[in-house]
Ligand binder design. Structure first.
Ligand code: COA
Length: 135
């Protein structure tokens, strides 16, 4: 499996609306996307992806295979992405997260993200998006 296929396998295990291998491949090729991956015993088990637009960044995805959760991998990945974004001149990072996604919101809160708003019915299933920001 190449990198795009490995990431797509994680997408399929972690999301109801997984990115296709084509989307992953094209995001991997674009210079304004920042990727961090985490490998355990030769297998890609987690990744995070953010986009850069001048001095703003947006965290687009972070996912850890279910068997590897609650071991600090998500936190480590997010820290690496934030450091990478900082190196690229980013001063402010945004993200959107499903209102029901307690685990992700706890991770983002722990990493210093603050809730700045909500998008009503943003996701399929009419679920709200919580918007968070970190300076
Ligand atoms: C969100 C996710 C990336 C967290 O990854 P993880 O490796 O399990 O997280 P960590 O072990 O680094 O946890 C760091 C902190 O996040 C919080 N956290 C993580 N999972 C949690 C859970 N299930 N419930 C409550 N808090 C949680 C805690 O504050 C934790 O710190 P602690 O261990 O000191 O309590 C993982 O649950 C995941 O892949 N979920 C599915 C994909 C997803 O929803 N991605 C986010 C939207 S793009």
């Amino acid at each position: 499996m190449d990198k795009a296929q490995e990431i797509t396998a994680i997408e399929q295990a972690c999301f109801n609306d997984p990115w296709s291998v084509g989307v992953v491949q094209s995001c991997l090729e674009q210079p304004h996307y920042v990727w961090e991956t985490f490998t355990r015993e030769g297998q890609l088990v987690a990744y995070a992806c953010a986009s850069v637009s001048l001095d703003e960044g947006e965290l687009l995805r972070i996912a850890v295979m279910p068997a590897y959760r609650r071991q600090g991998i998500g936190e480590q990945l997010l820290m690496s992405v934030l450091a990478h974004l900082h190196d690229r001149g980013v001063e402010k990072v945004f993200l959107e997260v499903r209102a029901s996604n307690v685990a992700a919101q706890a991770l983002y809160g722990k990493m210093g993200f603050q809730v700045i708003g909500k998008r009503k019915g943003y996701y399929t299933g009419n679920e709200d998006a919580v918007i968070m920001e970190k300076m």
